[in-house]
Design a protein around this ligand. Structure first.
Ligand SMILES: [Zn+2]
Length: 365
């Protein structure tokens, strides 16, 4: 968009012909600020996300349930009902229907000159290549909490790949992380092509994680606003200005694994870090909680945080950490590890929270 006009070339590169036609009919105001990465969130992003969530809820009310067709019908249904912004759901629909304006699709429609991937230059840019096989896309999938190795399967298209993953990614939060990563890979590709802006693989993963949680947290706070705070129903509270709060949670999963999740938020309620993962082993819930804290504290320390309020719903753990009690047990050993990790921080305080206030971390674990 320049001088109050749409940049037709860029639109044609990004969208399909009928979409371009629809966009061209949107009048542009003269006083619009600089174009921003739509997925980006600023220091005041919390509000943006919240409004996006409201918008999604409105869209849900007005739009007929779903256009579920034969292709990826059940995935589309799940995607539509997930906590993702409408624009990511729309993007998802286009992914499932081969409707993304990658070079190969543009060439097929008589636009563009070559099919070569503009990011790596190593193959034809099909949807499958751009979102999974391209060098950096592979790294993103491998390094993300989903820890996926992309296998080159000749006969499988992206829609089938998504279908397969939908069956294995049971947990809603992880399903949302998956779509945020997919969307992030597409935005990263566009930022490179149109702005020569290089987004690092690590930044993209961090951003996708934070965005997933920020959106979920916005959803929770909207729900909280509608819900009266009954007995035993406590909300999460923001830390005071200048402080950061880390919420963690663990889940004992089937198949001898535990899941952990952690979220660092500031006094504005903005997500500064979000992480999740899986660990092998069969452990009692309190040990799993302690292992989750140990894991997430290490990540928060590596991210450079030095002052933190650590909040968790395991009363035993929090009280032992507060009093530096070291039981002679495997639980006690992990408490000791945590207290050792704490040394790397300037200030760490511990706070017990009831389950209902810990939902955001809980959803990740
Ligand atoms: Zn490539």
């Amino acid at each position: 968009m320049s001088n109050g006009r749409w940049n037709l070339n860029m639109l044609q590169d990004l969208f399909l012909p009928w979409e371009v036609e629809a966009i061209m009919t949107i009048p542009i105001a003269r006083n619009v600020g600089e174009d921003k990465w739509a997925w980006n969130w600023t220091n005041h992003g919390g509000f943006t996300v919240k409004s996006a969530y409201y918008q999604a809820m409105e869209a849900k009310k007005t739009q007929a349930t779903s256009t579920s067709k034969s292709v990826g019908g059940s995935i589309w249904k799940r995607l539509w009902h997930s906590s993702l912004p409408t624009k990511i759901k729309n993007f998802g629909w286009r992914v499932l229907h081969n409707g993304i304006a990658v070079k190969a699709n543009l060439l097929y429609r008589g636009m563009g000159e070559d099919r070569r991937c503009p990011v790596c230059g190593e193959g034809d840019e099909t949807i499958k290549h751009a979102l999974t096989l391209c060098r950096d896309a592979r790294s993103i999938w491998r390094l993300s909490p989903l820890r996926m190795e992309i296998q080159e399967m000749e006969d499988e298209n992206v829609s089938q790949w998504c279908e397969k993953l939908a069956a294995t990614i049971v947990q809603e939060s992880w399903w949302e992380i998956f779509w945020n990563l997919l969307w992030g890979i597409w935005l990263r590709r566009n930022a490179w092509i149109f702005k020569r802006k290089q987004v690092s693989v690590k930044d993209l993963i961090d951003k996708a994680m934070r965005f997933t949680i920020e959106y979920q947290a916005a959803k929770e706070s909207v729900k909280d606003g509608l819900r009266s705070e009954g007995p035993g129903k406590k909300k999460w509270h923001r830390p005071r200005e200048g402080s950061l709060k880390l919420n963690t949670d663990a889940a004992v999963l089937a198949g001898g694994m535990i899941g952990f999740g952690g979220v660092v938020r500031d006094s504005m309620g903005e997500v500064r870090l979000a992480c999740c993962g899986r660990m092998d082993g069969r452990f009692a819930p309190d040990i799993a909680e302690a292992m989750a804290i140990r894991e997430v504290l290490a990540i928060a320390g590596a991210a450079g945080f030095r002052e933190i309020i650590l909040e968790n719903d395991c009363l035993k753990l929090i009280s032992q950490l507060k009093k530096h009690v070291l039981e002679n047990s495997s639980f006690g050993n992990i408490v000791k590890d945590i207290l050792d990790y704490v040394q790397a921080f300037n200030v760490v305080s511990f706070n017990h929270i009831c389950r209902s206030g810990n939902t955001v971390a809980h959803n990740l674990a």
